[in-house]
Ligand binder design. Structure first.
Ligand SMILES: [Zn+2]
Length: 340
């Protein structure tokens, strides 16, 4: 079965100058993937998102602000977040690739698909572009899955080293999106405490799993296998979306975690096994990752893992204290975490 990989050359025209979130990231990823025959995926050009698709998440003044700033030749949103003349087109394809990925996954033509674009999206809130992000592509994709396709439960698993504050804010009150995030804390943007659990219909559907700087593979994999997976199994999402950042890598210059290429392969394998067990499709949207070589290798490791049959679960539960504390914290709300 074909596994589509959505990409678009407009990602290279979002010109941020000398900035860690730069066009060379995509160049490096595509070079690595091409050298590995795209790791079993089929590259195809993404469409632009429609304004209507953006408006499912962002208010019109936010959309118009990005369009106008880009049309005027660009400028700064904040100290970190830059718009250039090419950014509007790039951001439309970044969101459009994520939407097209969902369409393909839910049409039944593919069980795994990826959307590899820039700018990234997970820091962008409902009405606030920030943190290198102009529109929240994974949120737009999740809203497309619920609003257009009628899904009732979508999981967004965010393994970027930074908390996906935008996605968390957008879905904090939503009963149809479960947001689970592993992130270094404290670190930009300063949100992501385990006590932030959502509200209203979304109460309990935000699962924040902070880790200290220096945290490596075993803790990241343990949190994935022994917290994210059991919670997700018990909630039974109809679609698994990953906000896939690779800045938890040991070589990354923007954060202090110590995940290896192999660690990302293990985390990706767990997400694959989850989707396979549930019999639901799996897609990923690229977020951060600022050491271009580590990023390229780790994306390739993810795609290779998703092209193979899902591997077996770990033979024993994690005894890592960070994992055990997280299980204890969330056990009252998620009984599946009690016992073992
Ligand atoms: Zn990040």
């Amino acid at each position: 079965m074909a596994r589509p990989l959505f990409r678009h050359e407009s990602s290279l025209r979002h010109d941020t100058g000398s900035h860690p979130e730069r066009a060379g990231r995509i160049v490096a990823v595509e070079r690595e993937l091409a050298a590995r025959d795209w790791c079993g995926f089929s590259p195809e050009d993404s469409p632009e998102a429609t304004v209507e698709q953006l408006l499912a998440v962002h208010p019109r003044p936010h959309v118009e602000r990005i369009r106008a700033l880009s049309a005027a030749g660009g400028g700064r949103i904040d100290a970190d977040t830059i718009v250039s003349a090419g950014s509007w087109e790039a951001a439309l394809h970044a969101a459009g690739g994520a939407v097209a990925m969902v369409d393909r996954l839910l049409a039944g033509g593919a069980t795994r698909a990826v959307s590899l674009h820039r700018p990234p999206g997970h820091h962008c809130e409902t009405a606030e572009p920030m943190g290198f992000c102009l529109f929240n592509s994974v949120a737009i994709a999740a809203r497309h899955a619920t609003g257009v396709h009628g899904l009732e439960r979508v999981l967004v698993f965010d393994w970027d080293v930074h908390h996906g504050n935008g996605t968390a804010e957008i879905f904090a009150g939503a009963g149809d999106v479960l947001f689970a995030s592993i992130h270094e804390f404290p670190l930009y943007p300063g949100t992501g405490r385990p006590t932030e659990v959502g509200h209203g219909a979304g109460e309990g559907l935000t699962v924040n799993l902070p880790v200290p700087g220096g945290t490596g593979d075993d803790t990241w994999v343990g949190l994935t296998e022994d917290v994210v997976l059991p919670i997700a199994r018990s909630w039974a999402p109809q679609l698994v979306l990953v906000s896939a950042g690779y800045d938890a890598h040991a070589d990354d210059p923007l954060a202090g975690c110590e995940v290896t290429d192999e660690g990302f392969a293990r985390i990706a394998a767990a997400a694959h096994r989850l989707a396979d067990e549930l019999g639901v499709p799996l897609g990923m949207v690229l977020e951060g990752g600022y050491d271009v070589d580590a990023l390229a290798r780790s994306v390739a490791a993810t795609l290779e893992t998703w092209s193979a049959a899902p591997g077996p679960a770990p033979s024993a539960p994690s005894a890592d204290p960070v994992v055990l504390r997280a299980r204890e914290h969330f056990a009252a709300r998620w009984p599946v975490l009690q016992g073992d």
